[in-house]
Design a protein around this ligand. Sequence first.
Ligand code: A2P
Length: 348
Amino acid sequence: MSGYTIAVVGATGAVGTKMIEMLESTSLPIQQVKLLASKRSAGKKLQFNNTELVVEETTAEAFEGVDIALFSAGGSISKQFAPEAVKKGAIVIDNTSAYRMDPEVPLVVPEVNAEAVKNHKGIIANPNCSTIQMMVALQPIREKYGLNRIIVSTYQAVSGAGAAAVDEMKEQAQQMLNNEAYEAAILPSGGDKKHYPISFNVLPQIDLFTEGGYTYEEWKMINETKKIMSDEDIKISATCVRVPVISGHSESIYIEVLDKSASVSGIQDLLRTAPGVSLQDDPTVQLYPTPLAAEGKKETFVGRIRKDIDEETGYHMWVVSDNLLKGAAWNSVQIAETLHELNLVTEK
Ligand code: A2P
């Protein structure tokens, strides 16, 4: 076998650059990698496995000969070009929210619902970063004890809003430390009227506000969880918050299980061997996950597991993962690996 031709759309972005990194260490047989971005980046050179690759403009023609296309250039680019890539015979793995809730499109976290890739009709969606790490941590608990309710509060890193948002945070921090005037133009949402500084701050808004006083990011967590878990009835609510962290989303998660025989040690035992999970839970030696320590790692880290004070079936936990890796690039490449393992990719 000579290997696949894989395109990365949005190759110059925060997630795209990590996709390239993840492709360098994948078990997938790769013949060629095509790096695509906007016209502005055409001609720019990036490294893949110590080889210099030239970035091309994203056009319909660029997908000629592509077997798998990883998209992370924003929802509108996915809407425009994913169907073109599929027409040219590629399987699209889309990291944007463009197709996630489309009933025709599988929404996949390989540790949870790998088999769903078999139903794809050309496009497979990568869930929202905050949803992915929560699914990885909760699936083993759900399988063993059943899950009735989830209440999650997130502490999300700025890299989730793109490379430009990280640059703005760093600039603000420098200006604030120098007692200089600072500007905020990106967060909490590029599409909203007001902008607030993220440096030395915490913003209880990710994306725009919509129904019921919730933001789109919060609805993504709610709706995507129901779709991935194939459970419309699960009770779930979310509060999504941006914090001045570069990489690594943290989540405080409260769950209510169905099985009264569950226990903290039972949950710890499950998570100790669960796929994609690393248990870091020992308050006696201050062992718990932090975003800085999770940066660059593929696992979802879980700690601070404890029983609710009042609710017999309630548990709290702290879940951290690198939002650019498991939350995006790594999950996308893992989906590609799943497709390969299930013999679902035909080489051109
Ligand atoms: P470019 O660098 O050429 O603008 P981030 O999430 O870090 O903001 O990155 C967004 C990614 O999406 C970048 O790779 C960016 O490329 C890409 N992108 C933005 N606009 C387009 C477009 N019109 N066509 C293709 N890629 C785009």
